[in-house]
Design a protein around this ligand. Structure first.
Ligand code: NAD
Length: 366
């Protein structure tokens, strides 16, 4: 039996709910275990070798509950496993500082706690809570635009000696200064901004690469995404979107033989349609020229459950962070970040990143 990977969670929203309910789904349906998982085992670690030991949020209805209760609280909307069928857990959700975590549009849904503690007091409490829980990895699923909160949690990881998996587009792993801080302390960091299992980014990147590999010239492209959960509602606030746009656009640009001018590429979350819930729709178009300068274009419509999409990837990110910890490898984990994240410190093509990750797991490279 391998030892459990002890994981702490920051931002107990829909993504974590999908991750935890998904793991429980596989536990209750073992015959399904081969469907929907990239790696059943990674260096011996399976998906049931993960234990969620502590959580942090700002929602007054989530703080104080156990993680397995909090994942069902409003405005979360994942209900793959009925709440009464979810096993009890002792792991508690504690208070995180709010800082820039709660956007204009989602405030009345998140209902942030009115705290009587300073951020410094919370930081001291959090370090103790991490220590007592035994968490060795913290995973962040904060709302887009939470740059200050992400930096707060990156610092908590550095102070507590905990690995960090940053699933959102606030740049830590891909930021030179933060990357160095993790390297100096020998603490692994994987990031930034998680890709989907079959998400908009990977589909767009793959098709753009295909067009270039087949010798055609891409002239313009767009990717529009709409959804109906708090993630999309939050992204209506344009000021919170700066790094999300960079992350998503660069993820596609990095795959092109020739970068497109800024006005020839649009990649972004574009609107909130309430009744879509966790369903995300992506519309993508590529226009280019092929043999004899003849024009062509393609359009793709992708419809996907955004939370299944993200859980199918973070399940590997957690295990890769643990492998780095086991092997004493600190700083940005380049292969895992390139394979699983939209804005890694080093971009690779997806096949290159997959190979690099396999070599990392087999111990052939760092
Ligand atoms: N496929 C995907 O779903 C996908 C892909 C890439 C990135 N992401 C990113 O993952 C993040 C999480 O997505 P989600 O759907 O779970 O969002 P969500 O809105 O459901 O959850 C966010 C959670 O963070 C909490 N929060 C807000 N401020 C906080 C703070 N200061 N400290 C601690 N917690 C705080 C909220 O209360 C909420 O529980 C988003 O940034 C999203 O863009 C998701």
């Amino acid at each position: 039996m391998v030892e459990k990977i002890k994981v702490g969670l920051v931002g107990i929203g829909n993504c974590f709910s999908g991750l935890i309910q998904g793991i429980e789904y596989y536990r209750q349906n073992p015959s399904q275990q081969v469907i929907g998982i990239i790696h059943e085992k990674l260096a011996g670690y399976g998906i049931h070798d993960i234990e969620f030991v502590v959580g942090f949020d700002v929602g007054e209805n989530k703080i104080g509950k156990t993680i397995n209760e909090a994942i069902y609280e409003y405005p979360n909307m994942v209900t793959w496993i009925p709440k009464e069928n979810m096993p009890k857990s002792n792991a508690k959700v504690y208070e995180s500082p709010i800082l820039d975590g709660v956007g204009l549009w989602v405030e009345n849904r998140i209902k942030p706690i009115k705290s009587n503690k300073t951020d410094e007091q919370l930081a001291e409490e959090i370090k103790k809570q991490i220590k007592e829980s035994g968490a060795e990895i913290l995973v962040s699923y904060l709302p887009v635009g939470s740059d200050k909160v992400t930096q707060f949690w990156a610092q908590m990881c550095l102070d507590a000696g905990t690995a960090f998996v940053n699933c959102i587009p606030s740049f830590i792993c891909s930021d030179e200064t933060w990357g160095k801080k993790f390297a100096e302390k020998g603490i692994p960091v994987i990031g930034d901004d998680i890709k989907g299992q079959v998400g908009a980014t990977i589909v767009h990147r793959t098709l753009a690469r295909l067009c270039n590999d087949r010798g055609t010239k891409i002239e313009k492209t767009y990717q529009i995404n709409v959804g109906g959960n708090t993630d999309f509602l939050n992204m209506k606030e344009q000021d919170r979107l700066v790094s999300k746009k960079i992350s998503k656009t660069e993820s596609v640009q990095s795959q092109l033989d020739e970068r497109l001018d800024d006005d020839q590429i649009y990649v972004g979350p574009s609107d909130f349609i309430p009744f879509l819930g966790n369903t995300k729709l992506m519309f993508m178009r590529i226009e280019g020229r092929q043999w004899a300068n003849i024009p062509y274009n393609m359009e793709v419509r992708l419809e996907v459950d955004d939370k299944a999409n993200s859980a199918g990837i973070v399940i590997d990110a957690i295990r890769l962070a643990k492998i780095a910890l086991d092997r004493g490898i600190g700083g940005p984990i380049y292969p895992a970040s390139a394979y699983l994240m939209k804005h890694p410190p080093k971009q690779m093509t997806d096949p290159q990143a997959k190979t690099a990750c396999e070599e990392f797991v087999s111990g052939k490279s760092n």
